[in-house]
Ligand binder design. Structure first.
Ligand code: PGA
Length: 238
């Protein structure tokens, strides 16, 4: 069983989403665990259709006068089970810091929502051989004040920033090196066997390569998640 997390990002108008939803209902997931992360405005559509649903974000504040924000408690009250945190697009465009990411994680865990924490290096960082250093910093900031029990309820997604939406993926060996680094680090510090997903330009063609990576628990899909036919091919290859 692999986790297959669909990150729709800011895509699909209402009519397109309704058609997509009907197609998704017919998709055979072959025993894999599908988690759909649509735009917030469509969360209830996917929840009512009995999918396991995640949000793409949550506020770092508990409640109150924060126009446009959605809280962890609100998400929980709908039935949302997972939330993406620290996605590189949020770090880049919304200037999310590791400290804010940590606040989000703690609020989500308080509300029994499992955070899917995204970490990964930029191309410059990769080329200057600082991938591990960057990921260490992201993890250290995000895991501040977390207990072993907290970490047990968290999933990590390794998403190299340069791979997201680019069509480029790391080699099997490169992914293996990073995920075993993360797994070891978390085991040493929290005694937890953390679940790790890979994300960044996964598609129905390169899944053969990525699926050979030892120790991966699943995939975070962006672009390909919008195309049910391609997902069918992808899932068939797992
Ligand atoms: P991508 O996006 O599959 O389009 O690269 C992945 C992600 O950003 O989670």
């Amino acid at each position: 069983m692999k986790y297959i997390v669909l990150n729709h990002k800011m895509n699909m108008d209402y009519k397109t989403m309704k058609i997509y939803l009907e197609q998704l209902k017919k998709l055979d997931t072959k025993g894999n665990k599908l988690i759909v992360c649509p735009s917030d405005i469509y969360l209830t559509n996917f929840l009512e259709a009995q999918f396991i649903v995640g949000s793409q974000n949550a506020s770092s504040n508990k409640d109150g006068a924060y126009t446009g924000e959605v809280s962890a408690a609100q998400l929980r009250s709908l039935g949302v089970k997972y939330t993406l945190v620290g996605h590189s697009e949020r770090r880049k465009y919304f200037k999310e810091s590791n400290q804010e990411i940590n606040k989000k994680i703690r609020l989500l865990l308080l509300n029994k929502i499992k955070p899917i924490l995204c970490v990964g290096e930029s191309l410059n960082e990769k080329n200057s051989d600082s991938t591990k250093e960057v990921i260490f910093k992201q993890l250290k900031g995000a895991f501040d004040k977390l207990s072993k029990k907290n970490v047990d309820n968290l999933i990590i997604a390794y998403e190299p920033v340069w791979a997201i939406g680019s069509g480029n993926i790391p080699t099997k060996e490169e992914i293996e090196t990073v995920i075993s680094y993360i797994k070891d680090l978390i085991f040493q510090n929290f005694n937890v066997n953390i679940k790790i997903l890979y994300g960044g330009s996964v598609n129905e063609k390169n899944i053969d390569i990525i699926n050979q990576v030892q120790g991966l628990d699943g995939y975070l899909l962006g672009t390909v998640s919008l195309d049910i036919e391609k997902m069918r091919v992808l899932i068939d290859k797992l």
